[in-house]
Design a protein around this ligand. Structure first.
Ligand code: PXL
Length: 278
């Protein structure tokens, strides 16, 4: 069985089921060695909690990288998510450029926005700084909102295939080779992913829950990366990630006290089943 070494770079939100607290268990459950580089430590995520703490780890990054270089450590894949500062984006770019082995797959989730809005700590300067990082991705994993910010496109709630294709084309014009665009639905009660690979677009569509859930972008990106590194195709990984994320939401819906995330742990056996069956 293949056994890949992945580095994932994103924050630790101590409470809130997102970023590293979902990436690490999901990538591990997929059977991959998972190394982490925390971009920041927050007491909670920023989506609905107030007064959260934020410890920026930007200055630690080059020191950690230097030690890994001294040890001769290289990665089969590098997957980046929520980052802590503009300065950090430059360090992450250098890590993408230098810390992979010859076949390293670079996956960038430009985790910075949803539902037409940037997350609270980000601004347009951050968006501009993210563009080159996104351009260096082998696989770019934005949601529709992030894709609009990255391509200076007007965000729309309702759109057609032409709009989605244009977004994908503009994202590849940044330099990204392949795009997996999430949250794509052409009717109010459907959603899914658009996979743009080698100039061809394919869709995976399923039922959409009425209410959005926190952290599902990170769950999707982690399951996608985990499946891809287990040897699944890009489309196959996009489908596994969608089915798993759907199950995580289904397992949480109805529990109003669990507004801050989804119970992704309860669906890990299902993720493993999907990996075995697909
Ligand atoms: O799920 C994305 C995410 C990751 N990390 C932090 C966040 C969010 C979304 O709000 O606030 C700290």
């Amino acid at each position: 069985m293949s056994y890949k070494k992945i580095l994932t770079i994103q924050d630790i939100s101590c409470v809130g089921q997102c970023s590293l607290t979902v990436a690490l268990p999901i990538l591990s459950a997929c059977g991959n060695e998972t190394c982490i580089l925390p971009s920041a430590v927050l007491s909670t995520h920023t989506g609905g909690f107030s007064g959260f703490t934020f410890r920026d780890l930007t200055d630690d990054m080059p020191l950690i990288q230097k030690h890994w270089q001294k040890e001769g450590i290289k990665f089969d894949a590098i997957y980046t998510g929520y980052l802590g500062s503009i300065k950090q984006i430059g360090y992450v770019q250098d890590i993408l450029n230098t810390m992979g082995n010859e076949t390293c797959i670079k996956i960038v989730d430009p985790a910075m926005a949803d539902n037409g809005k940037l997350y609270s700590i980000f601004n347009n300067e951050y968006v501009e700084a993210m563009k080159p990082l996104c351009g260096s991705a082998d696989i770019l994993l934005p949601n529709i909102t992030e894709a609009c910010f990255l391509t200076d496109t007007e965000y729309k709630e309702a759109y057609d295939e032409e709009y989605v294709k244009k977004l994908c084309l503009k994202l590849t014009a940044l330099g990204a080779k392949t795009v997996v665009l999430t949250g794509v639905g052409f009717t109010p009660d459907t959603t899914g992913a658009a996979v743009y690979e080698n100039g061809e677009i394919s869709y995976y569509t399923h039922h959409k829950f009425a209410k959005g859930s926190h952290g599902t972008g990170d769950i999707y990106a982690s399951a996608f990366t985990g499946a891809l590194l287990r040897g699944k195709t890009v489309y196959g990984s996009a489908k596994i990630a969608a089915d798993y994320t759907y199950k995580c939401i289904e397992n949480t819906i109805g529990d109003e006290s669990h507004w801050y995330g989804v119970k992704f742990e309860t669906a890990i056996p299902y993720l493993i089943k999907l990996l075995e069956e697909n």
